[in-house]
Design a protein around this ligand. Structure first.
Ligand SMILES: [Zn+2]
Length: 321
């Protein structure tokens, strides 16, 4: 008796039953124990068809934009939004970023500022409509979130750009919130940490948006004169007016691996200089080599690195290891 199942065996239930009863030893060995003839594996038929669904197929998942593997959202959150397969750093929302950084959140600032539409700006949509769509999409009122609280034993003020909110663009409210954060840091002589992720100035606010570059730069200068540390973490991507102001004026510039950082986009520069710019142009590692960034830090080491730097800059003696 061979294990081969003939076509007649597969099409005639009587024959299959007969075949099954002809093999009592196989059932005793556990190969087909507890399986009806319908579930019994048949050579040549793919087993995946009857395999139970994996966690990825049943849980809400996200596709890695680099290696395209599916990762459950739970696994992603536990891994700080770093792909466990290829180590790609996926985007984090501003609120998640700040809650992740701070051990204790004492409060949030800048909620009282609301964007106006002074130019009555309309492109394909009116500016107020774009704003309300961004608010519905993100659940945030603006592109910059500011919180203060404790990072281990240090009091800090920290802010983060939400790139999902109109590309993290810097309008007047973003400027207001950043300046307010810097003033609190100055008043209380506690460090300011900024996570930058932005496409640049917000064109819908025209000149008012560009003015925020000068306002934020002036606020940072006041911090510098008072000896209050200001650390910038450049996350993917940082461009335009934000690069040209608050993102490049830190005492220390950290960057996440492979973050795109620049002023104008790569394509615009290629068209201007008429040259092809190869990878890793504008990547964090390229900027590290050229002295723009002080250190490229993996997200898993980021909190520890920020804390150690701030403890050093604030002359903290009881370092919380
Ligand atoms: Zn991946």
């Amino acid at each position: 008796m061979t294990d081969t199942i003939t076509k007649a065996d597969m099409t005639t239930p009587n024959n299959i039953e007969k075949t099954a009863t002809d093999k009592p030893s196989a059932e005793k060995n556990g190969n087909a124990a507890g399986q009806s003839w319908f579930n019994r594996p048949i050579p040549g038929i793919k087993q995946q068809l009857t395999a139970p669904l994996t966690a990825v197929e049943t849980e809400p998942s996200t596709k890695c934009s680099n290696c395209h593997s599916m990762i459950t959202n739970t696994a992603l959150i536990f891994n700080c939004y770093v792909c466990p397969h290829c180590d790609h750093h996926l985007p984090m929302s501003a609120r998640e970023r700040l809650n992740w950084l701070l051990d204790q959140v004492d409060g949030e600032m800048g909620q009282e500022f609301n964007a106006k539409d002074p130019l009555s700006f309309v492109d394909s949509k009116p500016y107020p409509q774009r704003m309300s769509e961004a608010q519905d999409k993100t659940g945030e009122s603006e592109a910059l979130i500011v919180m203060y609280g404790k990072l281990r034993n240090l009091d800090i003020v920290t802010c983060a750009f939400d790139f999902r909110f109109m590309g993290g663009s810097m309008g007047s409210v973003v400027g207001d919130r950043f300046v307010q954060a810097a003033e609190k840091a100055l008043e209380e002589k506690i460090p300011l940490v900024c996570f930058a992720a932005s496409g640049g100035a917000r064109m819908q606010e025209g000149l008012l948006s560009l003015m925020q570059m000068a306002r934020t730069a002036a606020a940072i200068e006041r911090l510098r004169l008072a000896g209050v540390p200001y650390i910038v973490v450049l996350t993917n991507p940082v461009y335009g007016g934000v690069t040209a102001s608050l993102a490049m004026l830190g005492d220390i510039h950290l960057a996440e691996p492979k973050a795109m950082i620049g002023f104008a986009g790569k394509r615009v520069i290629e068209q201007t200089v008429r040259e092809t710019l190869e990878e890793p142009f504008q990547r964090a590692e390229f900027l590290l080599e050229h002295g723009v960034v002080d250190e490229v830090v993996h997200r898993h080491q980021l909190i520890d690195t920020i804390y150690r730097l701030l403890a050093k800059l604030c002359h903290v003696t009881n370092v919380d290891a």
